[in-house]
Every structure is written in C-alpha cells, then in structure tokens.
Ligand binder design. Sequence first.
Ligand code: NDP
Length: 281
Amino acid sequence: MAVIMDGKALSEKLKNNLKNEVEGLKNKGKNPCLAVIIVGDNPASKIYVNNKKKSCEALGIKSLEYALPADTTEEKLLTLISSLNEDESVDGILCQLPLPSHICEKNVINSISPEKDVDAFHPENVGHIMIGDYTFLPCTPAGVMEILKEYDIDVSGKNCVVVGRSNIVGKPMTMLLLKENATVTVCHSRTQNLCEFTKKADVLVSAVGKPNLITADMIKENAVVIDVAINRLESGKLCGDVDFEAVKEKASYITPVPGGVGPMTIATLMKNTVTAAKKKV
Ligand code: NDP
C-alpha cells in the first residue's frame, strides 16, 4: 500500500518556520500584510478566503479582507487594486478567482503590481517562472514540489505526466518539474487515450476537477500520484480526480484529498507574502 503524503502536517511545519520569520520581521518594524479581495458570494471562494485569513492570523501576518458585492464594476475593482498597489503597508495582493463574468480576469491579474502578486499570476511573474528565475512561486505547483521534496522523491530523469494545462496549475507545474530535470508530458481535454500517457508516469500529477478520472488501471505499479483537484460530491464530501481507495493499493506514494496539496497551496501563499515583506526591510 502507498505511503499517504501528509500535506497538512507538512504545511504546519512550514508555517511554523514562517511564524518565526514573521516575528523576526516585526522585530525589525515590518508587519507583513496580505490584502485579499473577494467579489460575489461563491461558496467555495468564501471557504478558500477564510482559510487564507485564518493562516495569516496564525502566523501573525496582518490580513485585510475586501468583500465586494457580485455587481461590483471592473472599474471599481481596478481602483481598489490600484490603491492597494500604492499602499506601502500592503505587501501582497490576492484577488480570489473566479470573478463574476462581467469582470475581465486578465485585466484584474495584469493590474496587480508584480512585486505584490503573491499568487504569481501576473504575466511578468509567469515569465520569470518560465525561465526558472522567480521571486514568487506559483502556489499550488510549488506546494506539490515541497511535498515531493519532503518525501525524498527526486524527479530528475523521471517520466512525469501532468493532467491539466491551466495557467494556475498545469502549466506552472510543468515548468517546475522541468526545472528539476524531469521529462514532462502534459495532457488535457483533447488528449487521446489519456491512459497510454498516465500508465508511463513515474510521477503523475492530476489537476482536472473530475472525480474518478484516474483509476487504478491507468497508473504504473509504484507510481507517485499527486492529486491536485478539489471536487465536492453531492454528499458534500470532498474528493480529487483520483480513485484514491483503489489507486493507493498500486501506487508507492499518494496525496489524499483533503489534506494533500490544498494546505500546501496556502503555506506557499504565506511564504510568498513573507518574501514580499522581506524585500521591504
Ligand atoms: P481548469 O478547469 O482551469 O483546468 C482543468 C484542466 O483539465 C484543463 O486544462 C482541461 O483541458 C483539463 N481536462 C478537462 N477534462 C479533461 C479530461 N477528461 N482529461 C484530461 N484533461 C482534462 O482547472 P484548474 O487548473 O484551475 O484546477 C484543476 C483542479 O484543481 C480543480 O479541481 C481545482 O478545484 C483544483 N485546484 C486545487 C488547488 C489546491 O490548492 N489543491 C488550487 C487550484 C485548483 P483543456 O485545457 O483542454 O480544457
């Protein structure tokens, strides 16, 4: 049976280290501060924002929350971001996605100052990730890399397959694996015979958002399986893309959902906020 990779425990360890760094910054007169904007009342977004706020509080990072109504205009949102860009006391700015359909996500992402872009979504930061020279790590993929490191899984020369090619998970995940010398294959909704690719993966990262997309017959014996997805079933239970119960019998390592990649995403966000604050000391 696979080793269950405990992202929750690892995130607590990383956050404890960050807590000491925050204390150090405060002793130097710098109080790290993260501004979080949420537009509308998407229940999942509210949970994510609340978790981010709780993590800030636990670490001693000041958090500012801007909960805007769903009918907020793009202009009003951009004006808020512009004032946060100007505000010296704010180190990180995060605008929770998705946004209501009348607001252009691209305009919003582009409006956040790259120095405060703790999600690393701004094209300038994306470019840095592409060339492997970055200040801010893309939160979810960096969380995955930390989990692999914690369990001594070296991806160098390995066949790594990433399922999903979004700008926030799949593509930056590919870049981070490539930086560590993996041979990476990216699959997506147009990939034919997904199984042919996943079966060859020494390390499989699934970031799609479809329960039971990855079944035991689709993976190689002793593969490392990282499940990024967060799906809520009708019962209210959370699950990933992977048929966890069956796949854990065949894999060598596997992340659970919840308690795998999710907490690591938040830990990386906290790390990025501290990094942004450190630059001002
Ligand atoms: P997107 O919807 O933006 O991307 C999904 C990707 O999956 C797309 O590239 C899509 O392909 C691909 N895809 C869809 N169907 C299939 C299929 N049948 N076979 C192969 N590929 C397929 O989602 P995100 O990247 O934003 O998120 C992915 C999942 O990760 C979601 O469940 C989300 O909730 C979760 N997530 C978890 C985080 C965490 O902290 N753990 C953080 C962020 C997201 P195509 O490009 O062709 O459409």
